[in-house]
Design a protein around this ligand. Structure first.
Ligand code: GLA
Length: 393
């Protein structure tokens, strides 16, 4: 495939690219809607990636070719302003915009983009797009940015430029993940640890359940949840509870007073989810997948009942998983409101699980889901291609 893309690049821009760069999508094992609440998350990169090929331009233009959409995009590196309507080009414009804000005025680009992460499916195709292009630019222009700096910059591009006020989890794991591992991140201190995911040795796999539901509501509801959880924290701060990490369900109850029911529930989700992430991290260290699975089920219930970000399609995965022997845990992954869920399944029942849950979705007249296996993959990487084009596999 890469050789075909190289030829396409050459046809479009009349020369071979100088840099190849790739960055993965992710699943979040546990720790949902905790990142922007300065809590804990435990995602893993997956083997599905966004790839791009890049070369430098000196006329201030950025020319883009999206192989998946067979679509051109372009803009000038100067005078970039935030978009009115979101398009895939804006994620890259946003990177230039953020670099400009840091006083880094970088040259233009020729760029070809190709990915196999399903779009708008809750597997962070947008973070992978940002990470692959930014990491590619970092290599091409020798910008000297660290992975953590790039993750923060890409997140700002998505939040402040594209307008989805996301946390840092997706970009962070896309840059910093390690092969066959999950990544535990404290979103306040940005301290992180890799923890091996030894599912396979225990005869287990991770399934992704793509609901096929487009997440029209996701952006407005996401921003709303963010506001609600910030409001709830302000209540607690009156009692010198600085952050959700310092609270527990009892403290919350004690200080609830006149806190509205909705805000109380949002806070309860964030507090209990932080606790679950810490337990899941410990469980992973000792390969205790039964405990991990149970925490996944608990997380789903909390996201459904307290944070209100689930939907019938994702609840189907949870309910089906709860009643299916050999399914250790299942829950929605990512923002919710559609997108995807994950399940931890014994390998020997994987096929039957997939067939039966698809049949169940059909019976319930839900959109046709896709169910497949994912492997935990490595984080972003980029390489200069000079003299290496022939060896690119
Ligand atoms: C989206 C955002 C993340 C995170 C999750 C919910 O994936 O991009 O920052 O907030 O939703 O956990």
């Amino acid at each position: 495939m890469k050789h075909v893309l190289l030829e396409t690049f050459k046809q479009k821009y009349n020369h071979f690219p100088e840099v190849y760069s790739a960055a993965p999508g992710r699943i979040n094992i546990i720790g949902e809607h905790t990142d922007y609440n300065k809590g804990y998350v435990l995602p893993a990169a997956i083997h599905l990636k966004n790839n791009c090929f890049l070369s430098r331009r000196d006329d201030g233009q950025v020319l883009l070719w999206a192989e998946n959409f067979q679509e051109i995009g372009s803009f000038m590196t100067q005078n970039i302003s935030p978009p009115k309507k979101r398009s895939w080009v804006d994620y890259i414009k946003g990177i230039y915009w953020c670099l400009g804000q840091e006083g880094m005025h970088v040259p233009g680009l020729n760029c070809l983009i190709y990915g196999n992460i399903p779009i708008e499916s809750g597997l962070s195709s947008s973070a992978a797009l940002e990470a692959s292009v930014l990491n590619g630019m970092n290599t091409l222009f020798d910008l000297g940015l660290s992975k953590v700096e790039m993750a923060k910059l890409a997140q700002r591009a998505e939040s402040n430029f594209v307008g989805v006020q996301c946390g840092l989890m997706d970009q962070f794991v896309s840059f910093c993940a390690r092969n066959n591992s999950a990544l535990f991140l404290d979103c306040e201190t940005l301290q992180f640890h890799h923890v091996p995911l030894r599912l396979s040795k225990k005869g287990l796999s991770i399934l992704v359940y793509e609901t096929g539901v487009r997440r029209e509501l996701a952006f407005s509801e996401y921003n709303k949840r963010r506001k609600e959880s910030e409001m709830a924290l302000r209540y607690l701060q009156k009692y010198r509870i600085r952050s959700y990490k310092e609270a527990n369900p009892e403290i919350l109850k004690e200080h609830r007073k006149d806190m509205e029911e909705n805000l109380y529930k949002r806070a309860r989700h964030v507090i209990t989810e932080n606790e679950r992430v810490l337990k899941a991290f410990q469980a992973l260290k000792i390969d205790d997948f039964d405990t991990l699975g149970d925490l996944l089920f608990q997380s789903h219930r909390s996201l459904r009942d307290d944070y209100a970000v689930s939907c019938p399609e994702l609840d189907l995965l949870y309910e089906f998983g709860m009643n299916f022997p050999g399914c250790l845990g299942a829950r929605l992954t990512g923002a919710g409101f559609g997108g995807s869920g994950i399940a931890i399944i014994r390998k020997e029942v994987m096929k039957r699980f997939s067939e039966e849950i698809i049949q169940e979705a059909i019976n319930k007249k839900l959109p046709m889901p896709k169910v497949y296996n994912v492997r935990a993959g490595e984080g972003a990487r980029a390489l200069k291609l000079k003299g290496k084009i022939e060896n690119l596999s």
